[in-house]
Design a protein around this ligand. Sequence first.
Ligand SMILES: Nc1ncnc2c1ncn2[C@@H]1O[C@H](COP(=O)(O)O)[C@@H](OP(=O)(O)O)[C@H]1O
Ligand SMILES: [Mg+2]
Ligand SMILES: [Mg+2]
Ligand SMILES: [Mg+2]
Length: 353
Amino acid sequence: MSSPYSKELLVAQLAVQRASLLTRRVFLDSAKGTVSKSDASPVTIGDFGAQALIIAALRHNFPSDEIVAEEEGSKLREDAALADRIWELVKSTKLDDEKAETEVLGGAVKNKEHMIDLIDSGNSKGGRAGRIWAIDPIDGTKGFLRGGQYAVCLALMVDGDVKVGVLGCPNLPVDDAAPLSADAGAGSDEGRGVIFSAVLGQGATSRPLTSAGLAGGKSIAMKPVTELSAASFCESVEAGHSNQGDAAKIAEKLGITRPSVRMDSQAKYGSIARGAGDIYLRLPTSKTYQEKIWDHAAGDLIVREAGGQVTDVLGRRLDFGHGRTLAENKGVIAAPKAVHGQVLKVVQEVPGV
Ligand SMILES: Nc1ncnc2c1ncn2[C@@H]1O[C@H](COP(=O)(O)O)[C@@H](OP(=O)(O)O)[C@H]1O
Ligand SMILES: [Mg+2]
Ligand SMILES: [Mg+2]
Ligand SMILES: [Mg+2]
């Protein structure tokens, strides 16, 4: 008998792989078709294209599942030139493995109109009932534009609980043991590109991102941290996304002297899950911002399955059942189980956190 969620895992991995290949093409192109969203954040043809390809694969395999995805298609109905550029990418990005491409992923998207409909169909409200996929087609869009790290993110929640999580990180080193660095090595794909995955209760793995089918996977585990003073934080590059000043105070109180590694996207979760980094800290910068479920669902499961503990700054598990946002959580602390409590205690000693 196959293990629980084996089909979901296979589809998710191949869908993320294909979408990551699309984003890679855009990453190397100087014209990324960037437009500004209503909240002033950027979105590119890479984000739209990756979302279309992932939703196409999910609809082909699991037509009655709900989908919560970050992007929406309305801009593309007003801007035909933008829609055309995305369509060029979507129709020409395929896995080399014919069987994976057609039998598992369902092959090409029918036409441009259908592509926009697919992008628009990730509008579920989310919630605590049933099967819901969460998609962030490019997490770390600002990093993607800067030549930094980014991630293609997909997770399946069942009744509010994350069961399957997959992260495609095209700019991370393939080698799990490579030292953690913020440098994405833009311009060369040599030795780069990794897919992290996890299924609840079945552990976490990493495998190289290739243009064919799935390459062999290895199981991953967090680095055991015995002395916190020897550890370092992995934090967001964007000061507006995480309070870096408070993080520095917390590091000092913990005796941490190494500087934080600043990295965009859920590549942070993948990096600590494979033991390349130690602790992911994301401290709220405002009282009102609600974290989005697609920014954390896959990473939360991958870190927990690699032996870590993930909570918010109040010590609560991330609760993905509240809708499109983590409405009942503030910030994130992801750390090896053995030291998570120590970090949480010091985080709570800092006024205002
Ligand atoms: N004020 C804020 N506080 C925390 N996160 C924010 C934020 N504004 C935007 N973000 C989220 O931060 C994500 C990037 O995470 P990181 O800072 O770890 O790279 C963005 O994802 P997208 O790039 O998918 O839009 C966005 O959803
Ligand atoms: Mg995101
Ligand atoms: Mg995004
Ligand atoms: Mg965004």
